[in-house]
Write a protein that binds this ligand. Sequence first.
Ligand code: URA
Length: 252
Amino acid sequence: MMRKTGTEMEKKNNYPPENLIRLNKFLANNTNFARRKIDEFIDQARVTVNHKVVTEQGMQVNPDSDDIRLDGEKIREKTKKLYIILNKPAGIITSTDDEKNRETVVDLINIKEKIFPVGRLDYDTTGLLLLTNDGDFANKLMHPKYKVTKTYVVKLSKPLDEKHKAKLMSGIRLEGRMTAPCKIVFTNKNDFETVAISLIEGRNRQVRKMFEHFGYFVRKLHRSAYGHVTLGNLAPGQWAKLSVEEVNRFFK
Ligand code: URA
């Protein structure tokens, strides 16, 4: 998938865009009235922008700086939901802030809205990380009940034995609890040290611990997919907004 990256959006100076929106659309989005009804209110001189009665229906407003009122009551913008995909580089912590002032994934995304990561990737893990300001979305994605599959490409310290592969796939006892069944495939012919593992759980350092259980050391760990979402053309450190279709598919 070709994604327009956050960095490209910035270069073109349209991220964050100057937040212009048609007045009737802004009012319909942020009140319980339909746009047709809002147009009637405008005709009835019940709407003001910066304390002046508006008569023009197609007027553009900037909700960040304009004072917009209906019947004298100030209408504020509802919080915009944000859904971001980042290709996390190695050596960055997955957190919103760090007590030692180290760089975090949120520092890589220079937007003014507060967002947080959906789950976490270890300091050295690279790849697909989702960030949002929508708590329901994050909870849904992380809860095993919804069975969202996460796929990781793993470079191991030695070739994976078929016997261990089969055991890992059916479930092993890890810290007193069985892991759920998962899928493991070799990604390259003749390379038995590189595998792709797809699992629905997300316990702390789970993939590393699963392979360590049988004496393998994880040299590289990269998340390549989260449910139906993949990184597309995003290079390490780049981010983009998820498309509306990508977000909606998680809610179906
Ligand atoms: N499993 C791990 O062990 N580490 C990660 O970063 C993600 C999944």
